[in-house]
Design a protein around this ligand. Structure first.
Ligand code: PGA
Length: 258
């Protein structure tokens, strides 16, 4: 059984001063202790570097995981402005987003750097949430599977064992646009991703791997997305910024997981 994972991606939002009210609000809106339902739904937030320490402190008691939004693949050296996995580990971070399309698009992230970062994270025991997904142009040209396969194989070829690697399928055209993929469109690509993992890493790895959907997931569409057999959770941007919206999504995930 794959435990559902709802992961909020805060992107470049929030300050430390806002965090106590956020976590208090989430806990009030939820009306259940996440610690008691961990076998059904896990919750995570990917936060900016400056928020990580405070977020870890506040989220820890609720069994909410905290992830960074990027990392370097090397341990240390002359890389001004970069943060290594060892540095994340140093403050207790145990998960990291890798290869988000915004990083691929605006910061020159490549299949190679995404693969190197994913491999390094796994070797450190830090859970990589590695993102793949096609642009609108690529979808229109019927290249969705080819693009997703290329991005995925770059990663799978680099790692020996998938460990607790999590894949996030995020069609670029659905991110921040209010136009989510339909549950059927998302399921098709998720099934394809699982098939590629099966071919490359075997049946057990494919059955165990969690594949999250991201791109305008919100309280209104999350339940239907999560009822699809190969959708194991969500990577949620905009709707993760407000505790009431995100609490609704967690509750929906819990109902689906029952
Ligand atoms: P969105 O972002 O939910 O705001 O579309 C998702 C993401 O970029 O991870």
């Amino acid at each position: 059984m794959r435990v559902k994972l709802l992961a909020g991606n805060w992107k470049m939002n929030k300050t430390n001063a806002e965090l106590p009210a956020f976590f208090a609000g989430l806990s009030t809106e939820l009306r259940i202790e996440l610690a008691a339902v961990q076998d059904k739904v896990e919750v995570l937030f990917a936060a900016s570097y400056t928020l990580l320490q405070k977020a870890l402190e506040l989220a820890g008691p609720h069994k909410i995981r905290i992830a960074a939004q990027n990392c370097h693949w090397l341990e240390s050296g002359a890389y001004t402005g970069e943060i290594s996995l060892g540095m994340l580990q140093d403050i207790g971070v145990r998960a990291v987003l890798i290869g988000h399309s915004e990083r691929r698009q605006y910061y020159g992230e490549t299949d190679q750097s995404v693969a190197a970062k994913t491999k390094a994270a796994l070797s450190k025991g830090i859970t990589p949430i590695t993102c793949v997904g096609e642009t609108l142009e690529e979808r229109k040209a019927n290249k969705t599977e080819a693009v997703v396969q290329r991005q995925l194989l770059a990663v799978l070829n680099a790692v020996e064992q998938p460990g607790d690697l999590i894949i996030a399928y995020e069609p670029v055209w659905a991110i921040g646009t209010g136009h989510s993929a339909s549950s059927a469109e998302a399921q098709d690509v998720h099934a394809f991703i699982r098939q590629v993992v099966h071919q490359k890493m075997g049946k057990n790895a494919a059955a165990a791997m969690r594949i999250l959907y991201g791109g305008s997931a919100n309280p209104a569409n999350i339940a239907e997305l999560l009822t699809q057999p190969d959708i194991d959770g969500g990577l949620v941007g905009g709707a993760s910024l407000k505790p009431d919206d995100f609490a609704k999504m967690i509750r929906a995930a819990l109902e689906v997981a029952h």
